[in-house]
Design a protein around this ligand. Structure first.
Ligand code: UT7
Length: 333
């Protein structure tokens, strides 16, 4: 019988410094009212200087390992997702590995932005099903606060994003039950790459880090918010429907939907398009903003800790973001 992938532990780490909308009002021409109305965000967390995504990932990983009740030495593979790595290279996978005091095992970096956790989950699921690995650490973390444009020009992006990390331990099980990852579904359309991106630094430029590029604010992430919004509210429901169809399930079977926390209006429109009651949608963007790859594992861990997600529940994850990429996963908890 083929292995099944089971999430045996989750963890999260949010840096303690809370940045309210009022704090941002002092930096740029924005208001608490605008941010709440347009995004549902009330506050977000910012990590201090000297803290990187790998540190947030490490803290979240420790909690996931503790909750899974495994020895960290038993982890046989690491998958790490971030769009804000500590360094241009190497990725944070090896840094998390070193911080955990592990060596030899492979560490894979996933660069699928808001979909990073689900893309990583899909990779983990395939490795487990193939019998290659037995205990995989999947981490997703972002330190975005140090590279946002806090001028009026960058206010559409700057108010949305926050820092944080989330993690999961995915283990092989050959039990007969229905439990575990039922399926994952990955999609992308690269023609929209420039609608949400950090264009520079780029080796197209010679030199890559030219002063003029810095002066032109080319090193900040930028997006066409309306195009992203419009696509997100279409593609996430499509991804969920594809996942349900493959498993012979309907939206009525879903106990919890965890959408990537990009904007609360997006989450509510996704719920409306899917005709799922809003009480079944897990939403925490009001407290953390958009933590990109980390948003789903943070929300998942909170919901598990609160006892909202219980054994046997059907949990559906979905995300949309830069690439464009979009994805879904169905898990029997
Ligand atoms: O994780 C995946 C990636 N991100 C997303 O999924 C985000 C997707 N997009 C969005 O969430 C929304 O498009 C935003 C929240 C970014 C913007 O909301 P919107 O309702 O689409 O606003 P808008 O871009 O149409 O802008 C409306 C107005 C503009 O002013 P004018 O041209 O009407 O005078 C903006 O300049 O709001 C202005 N504006 C702001 N005002 C105050 C833009 N950002 C701000 C701000 N504070 N922070």
């Amino acid at each position: 019988m083929r292995n099944r992938s089971i999430i045996t532990g989750t963890g999260r780490f949010l840096p303690p410094r809370i940045i309210s909308n009022f704090d941002l009002e002092k930096k740029m021409n924005t208001t608490d009212e605008w941010i709440r109305q347009r995004s549902g965000i009330g506050e977000r967390r910012y990590a201090e200087a000297g803290v990187g995504s790998s540190d947030l990932a490490y803290e979240a990983a420790l909690k996931a390992i503790e909750n899974a009740q495994i020895e960290k030495s038993k982890i046989d593979f690491i998958i790490a997702a971030t769009l804000s790595p500590d360094h241009y290279f190497p990725g944070i996978g090896v840094l998390v590995q070193a911080k955990l005091g592990l060596s030899q095992i492979g560490a894979l970096d996933v660069r699928n932005q808001c979909c990073g956790f689900i893309y990583g989950l899909s990779v983990a699921d395939q490795y487990i099903k193939a019998g290659t690995y037995k205990k995989i650490l999947l981490v997703a973390a972002e330190k975005q606060s140090s590279n946002l444009d806090y001028s009026d020009e960058g206010r559409d992006m700057a108010v949305l994003f926050g820092d944080g990390g989330g993690a999961a331990i995915i283990e092989a099980s050959n039990s007969q039950g229905e439990m575990g990852i039922l399926s994952t579904h990955l999609f992308s359309d690269g023609k929209n790459a420039s609608d949400l991106w950090m264009e520079k630094p780029s080796p197209y430029d010679h030199p890559t880090f030219a002063k003029e590029l810095l002066a032109d604010k080319k090193f900040y992430p930028r997006m066409d918010g309306r195009t992203v919004f419009k696509n997100a509210v279409e593609k996430m429901p499509e991804a969920v429907q594809a996942a349900l169809k493959q498993n012979g399930l309907t939206i009525e079977d879903v106990d919890h939907l965890i959408p990537h926390q990009a904007n609360d209006r997006i989450s509510l429109m996704v719920a409306r398009n899917l005709r799922i009651p809003v009480e079944k949608v897990i939403r925490n963007i009001d407290r953390y903003g958009n933590t990109t790859a980390a948003s789903i594992p943070i929300a998942l861990d909170e919901a598990v800790e609160e006892g909202r997600i219980k054994a046997g529940d059907l949990v559906v994850l979905t995300a949309f973001g830069s690439g464009f990429t979009w994805a879904s996963a169905v898990i029997r908890w």
